[in-house]
Design a protein around this ligand. Sequence first.
Ligand code: UD1
Length: 419
Amino acid sequence: MKGKEIFVIRGGNPLYGKVVVHGAKNAVLPMLAASVLTADKVSICDCPLISDVDDMVRVLETLGVTVERKGREISVSGSPKMTEIPSHLACAMRSSVFMLGALLSETGEVRLFAPGGCRIGARPLDIHFDGLTRLGAKVEYGEDFVQCTADKLKGADIVLKYPSVGATENLIMASVKARGTTRLIGAAREPEICSLVRLLRKMGADVSGEGTPVITVRGVDDLDGASCIPVTDRIVAGTVMAAVAVCGGRVEIVGGDADIMGAVISPFLTSHTFLVEHGGVIVFESDKMLLPTDVSTGPYPLFPTDMQAPFMACQCYACGLSSMRETVFEDRFAHVGELRKMGADIALAGNTAFVDGSRGMHGANLCASDLRGGAGLLVAALGADGESTLEGVRYIDRGYENIEEIFALLGGKIARQRT
Ligand code: UD1
């Protein structure tokens, strides 16, 4: 019988060497969704080899388009023949929600079953559906699905009540071939959205203002094939920094893009680690003498919620009282209970965790229940005294490519085992 995979981690070893960071998961997924906006070939280069990308490819294949994979390059061609995201895929993967805008634009109807992904907070989709309604779609709710239909989408001014990343991406994709002009007011500004827009522009779309709170989309009749490289993964780069911070050492992060990592880098610098960037390489160094920090997550350009757990792992090793306020998602502290098993002194008050790092951390049997929380536990275990085991490897595999190889090559003692 097939057992489950765990990581076995012996902590306390410094990390030295080089890591190459590839395209960002959160850029590649919407870019793949955008590929159905034309029957021509759309190629996305430097894709990470992670299970979320595999799942997105499965969604596309199920919709009836042709997908070719050559190493890290994924090419999509043909027109979708289905308009329903099958429930087993939609339930496993929240990113299937990105298909909404593109599929609706292309086929005039889409049916999406309750989407899955990490279990963090309520994760509603009201901003997506309100926006699609403003573009002229009819949205109907079944027991476990939502159906959107539209003869022809029409441009509109849409005010987003919160800068949702996914809703911004969906509404851009829904409006690129709509009649007239759409303005997204209060749009999200994440660099991954800029990658999506870069691809759409190469395909012939007329989009401007990405990276600012107002994005303007002038509808065009048709889009062509194109090839595009996504921005690199700032969360993978940040997770490597977190591990080096707690283990000590010096690592070159090739492909680390300091221009989009200001908010990720800033608390590390306050925490007494050292960093230089030259020619697309970030050199990150730590002597393990971490200082306490007060961090609050927020939409870009603020500190990313996806770095909250990996950075909290660092706060567990800082000499004094730190705080971490989570403002983006409710209920994103599942890792706190597991960190406490390692000896972490963490008090929760509403959306803020107060972390006293003066106690020291030891190995424990840990269980990840979401992607970034799992990455945080892995970082904490790499720095701890003694051995840890970490269950829930499948969550971490959603967003990190062979994470155990990355850290083993740097000198960390980590192995994937089947129980
Ligand atoms: C994306 C990222 C995810 C990241 C998150 C926030 C991808 C594939 N995933 O997720 O890694 O953690 O951005 O940076 O890019 N909300 C609503 N109504 C909506 C939509 C969102 O209330 O219709 C709320 C959410 O519940 C959450 C907040 O807005 O509290 C942010 O969500 P959103 O920006 O939409 O995150 P995702 O796009 O799902």
